[in-house]
Design a protein around this ligand. Structure first.
Ligand SMILES: *Cc1c(COP(=O)(O)O)cnc(C)c1O
Length: 376
């Protein structure tokens, strides 16, 4: 059977976890946490990167940093993971959903401006499948209306938009290192802070509201409770697991792209015959092979395709149920404008197996099986 996902494991993870244990520092901000944060700062050209316990928590930190008040509004797509909305709902803010573009499944940048009200505080673009949103346009709107931008770059680690790493374009960027993502530490994430002025507050929020980070740097001689905060630091053992993958980050990225390109090349014929649709990567976007999806004609065809693949021992899955149709989405948010593509496109989308351990030959076989389905 070919699994849908296998968590990344490259070989040195246990060795580094053991090193963390030998250092007798397994709590947060140990040597591996430091190595990982510095790696991201250097490779993504980010001002400051703080490892967190998840991408959800990184987004919660961003919501705290924005000092949102109940009733404030945050614009985002409804086609996303629950965390994108949850982090803001926890602060009493209202997610205002706008429609997506059918080509990238990302927020339609041309619909954002009309959704802005007096209460709008932020825009949260989600870089679906590691393919960037139209950030120039989004940043231009944000500047015009003085709104913050929090990039949900959970899937976008190592992707870029016009030469800039995803997560470093808005005010804040959020990464995920969940086991389903390109680089993993089991559960984990990172907050990218792109304005130096917000770094100190972010460190305080992450350390239970204390200025402990400053204390450890020797900048003050005792630490104390400064603000409302929480505990968003991951254990250094988890960071050690992640470090093994960052050491070979390019190799992981290249492997995923090889698989992605194999799928694309093999299935191009079906796309040209207009039988299925394939992902679109707009000009200026470099993606990271996070996901390979195809779009069937409709929900019924998708359901048949998924069970056909399952019979052939290939696990393919659909993705998000649009948030505005979920019980919590109805309770806490609202959809602005018409849902022209969000529901329709989400019902057609199927994700094919995609992970570091997947062999190119397996991807070829999967693509062949998809072709067999459509030949029948
Ligand atoms: C995975 C994911 C998240 C959540 O990440 P966690 O690290 O599990 O909290 C948020 N947003 C998107 C778009 C994701 O894909």
């Amino acid at each position: 059977m070919i699994n849908f996902n296998v968590p990344p494991y490259v070989g040195n993870e246990l060795k580094y976890i053991e090193e963390a244990i030998q250092h007798q520092k397994i709590c947060g901000d140990g040597i591996f946490t430091k190595k990982c944060s510095e790696w991201f700062e250097k490779h993504m050209n980010a001002k400051k990167v703080l490892l967190t316990t998840s991408c959800t928590h990184a987004t919660e930190m961003a919501a705290l940093l924005l000092d949102l008040k109940p009733g404030d509004e945050v614009i985002m797509p409804a086609y996303t993971f629950v965390s994108t909305a949850d982090a803001f709902v926890m602060r009493g803010a209202v997610p205002v959903f706008v429609d997506i573009r059918p080509d990238t499944m990302n927020i339609d940048e041309n619909l954002i401006e009309a959704a802005i009200t007096e209460r709008t505080k932020a825009i949260v673009p989600v870089h679906y499948a590691g393919v960037s949103c139209e950030m120039d346009k989004i940043m231009e709107i944000a500047r015009k209306y003085n709104l913050a931008v929090v990039e949900d770059a959970a899937q976008g680690v190592m992707s870029s938009y016009k030469g800039k790493a995803l997560g470093t374009i808005g005010d804040y960027g959020c990464f995920s290192f969940h086991e389903t993502k390109n680089y993993s530490m089991g559960e984990g994430g990172a907050l990218l802070i792109n304005d130096e002025a917000h770094v100190e507050m972010a460190e305080i929020i992450r350390e239970k509201g204390t200025n402990r980070a400053k204390f450890f740097r020797g900048q003050i001689d005792k630490y104390t409770w400064m603000e409302a905060g929480s505990s968003y630091l991951p254990s250094d053992m988890n960071a050690a697991y992640l470090w093994a993958q960052l050491e070979i980050a390019d190799e992981i990225n290249e492997k995923r792209l090889r698989i992605w390109n194999t799928y694309y090349e093999k299935l191009k014929e079906l796309k040209e015959k207009k039988v299925i649709e394939l992902p679109c990567v707009p000009e200026g976007c470099i993606h990271n092979g996070h996901m390979f999806y195809i779009k069937a004609k409709d929900l019924e065809e998708r359901t048949r395709l998924i069970s056909y693949l399952k019979e052939k021992e290939i696990m393919a899955v659909f993705h998000y149920i649009p948030l505005h149709t979920a019980p919590a989405g109805l309770k806490y948010g609202r959809f602005h404008g018409e849902d022209k593509y969000t529901t329709r496109e989400s019902e057609r989308l199927v994700r094919l197996p995609m992970y570091y351990a997947l062999e190119v030959e397996q991807a070829e076989k999967i693509a062949e099986t998809v072709k067999e389905f459509y030949a029948e």
